[in-house]
Write a protein that binds this ligand. Structure first.
Ligand code: HEM
Length: 401
């Protein structure tokens, strides 16, 4: 049997808890052609260049639907229409206004720990929080959330590249998409007739959005927001608590210096990001670090490796929210010093919401759990190597404050 390539080892579940030594190995050959013809790109500067290269495409390869799976100019048109009611520059306060709501959700979840000395931070906290938040943003009734839980899981497992059972996972994902589309069709009609304060209502009652985007496009974009907001934030919160519990001095600083959490979340997006790689297709021959990626080939851009590239950040394997590299960061896509939210035209649309949710979540967990500690290290991971994070995170504590 041929030896597994470094990238195959990355995909292998046994390396899920710590893929970073493999990423270091990957970076010694910046562009690798795998046996299946897929190219793997692992250095910061090459990844950034490809994310901004109009010769790379997301169409047909990013399997989420909606504008994430399209290219400019269609992508930019749809993203602008969605953005009109979501965030900067037109309505910069929709996410800020969610602050008190998010705080209530977090407070309710932590209150529910009362009387216990052990929780699973994934199932009991990090999963319900983003689901409730995104349902509230979109105007999905919270009682329908369990259905989204099932659909989102199926879709995420179909994102691959998994080693086994991939065909079946894709079939489940397609079924889930279809069911969710039907659900949203009904919801959009309801919001059209009786609009609320939510994002979907704002979009369906705005003639420019309604006329500028087909009904099918609106449906798939609504599904995209739900999925993209679902599975990523879970992992940022759990990777975040895992890292903080491994660095208790940092958890203390979050308790003492309220603003410290902002830098902590940025460093987490670099150090333990929820999205480890993105896929793109080459539309033309593209030369990268002396290798030509031929037109038609697919490539994996290993974001989590790029964010730990020593040519980009000093001492990359150290978790250090005070790092000097972050001081220049003004949170704009162009200036981001990490690849946690991707880059280029597809830079994460939900970044302001994800940041706010995670900042509130980590602050409140730090403040309210007395003497928190990890009950399993490393914790068991989910199988997915792309959207990577613990499946469970058992945490013990003395009591809830
Ligand atoms: C795109 C990461 C939360 C909505 C992306 C991309 C990354 C990412 C890496 C780039 C994908 C690509 O280029 O192919 C994350 C992380 C999150 C997060 C790490 C949480 C910590 C959210 C939330 C939402 C969201 C909460 C929804 C409200 C989107 C959308 C895109 C996207 C719609 C596509 C943007 C486009 O194609 O222009 N995200 N995301 N994300 N994200 Fe997020």
């Amino acid at each position: 049997m041929a030896t597994a390539s470094v990238f195959e080892q990355v995909l292998d579940y046994t390396n899920r808890a710590d893929p970073y030594p493999l990423y270091r190995q990957l970076r010694t050959t910046p562009v690798v052609r795998e046996a299946d013809g897929n190219y793997v790109v692992s250095r910061y500067r090459d990844i950034v260049a490809l994310l901004h290269d109009p010769r790379t495409s997301s169409r047909d390869v990013v399997k989420l639907g909606g504008f994430i799976s399209t290219d400019p100019p269609e992508h930019d048109h749809m993203r602008r229409l969605m953005n009109r009611h979501y965030g900067p520059p037109e309505t910069p306060d929709r996410i800020d206004r969610m602050g008190p709501d998010l705080m209530n959700i977090v407070t309710g979840l932590i209150d529910s720990f009362t009387g216990r000395t052990e929780v699973d931070l994934v199932d009991d906290f990090a999963y319900p929080l983003p689901v409730t938040a995104i349902c509230r943003l979109l105007g999905v009734p919270v009682e329908d959330e369990p259905r989204f839980h099932v659909w989102a899981d199926a879709i995420v497992e179909g994102l691959g590249p998994q080693a086994q059972g991939f065909e079946e996972a894709r079939r489940h994902a397609d079924d889930a998409f279809a069911e969710m589309g039907q659900y949203f069709a009904t919801l959009i009609d309801a919001h059209h007739q009786l609009p609320g304060e939510d994002l979907l209502s704002a979009m369906v009652t705005d003639d420019r959005t309604w006329e500028g985007m087909s009904r099918a496009a609106l449906l798939s974009n609504a599904s995209l927001l739900l999925i993209a907001g679902h599975e990523t934030t879970v992992n940022l919160i759990t990777n975040g608590m895992l890292t903080l519990l491994r660095h208790p001095d940092m958890l203390d600083r979050i308790r003492q210096e309220p603003d410290f959490v902002i830098r902590t979340v940025e460093e987490l997006l670099r150090y333990e990001p929820p999205v480890h790689m993105l896929i793109r297709k080459a539309l033309d021959d593209i030369e990268v670090a002396g290798t030509t990626i031929p037109a038609g080939a697919t490539m994996q851009l290993v974001l989590a490796s790029g964010s730990r590239d020593p040519d980009h950040v000093r001492d990359p394997d150290r978790f250090d929210p005070d790092r000097h590299d972050l001081e220049r960061m003004d949170f704009s896509p162009e200036e981001s010093q990490h690849l946690g939210f991707g880059g280029g035209v597809h830079h994460c649309f939900g970044a302001p919401l994800a940041r706010l949710e995670t900042q509130i979540a980590l602050t409140e967990l730090a403040r309210r759990l007395e003497n928190p500690r990890l009950l399993a290290d490393p914790p068991p991971y989910r199988p997915n190597p792309v959207l990577r994070g613990p499946r469970h995170l058992p945490v013990g504590f003395d009591h809830v404050r």
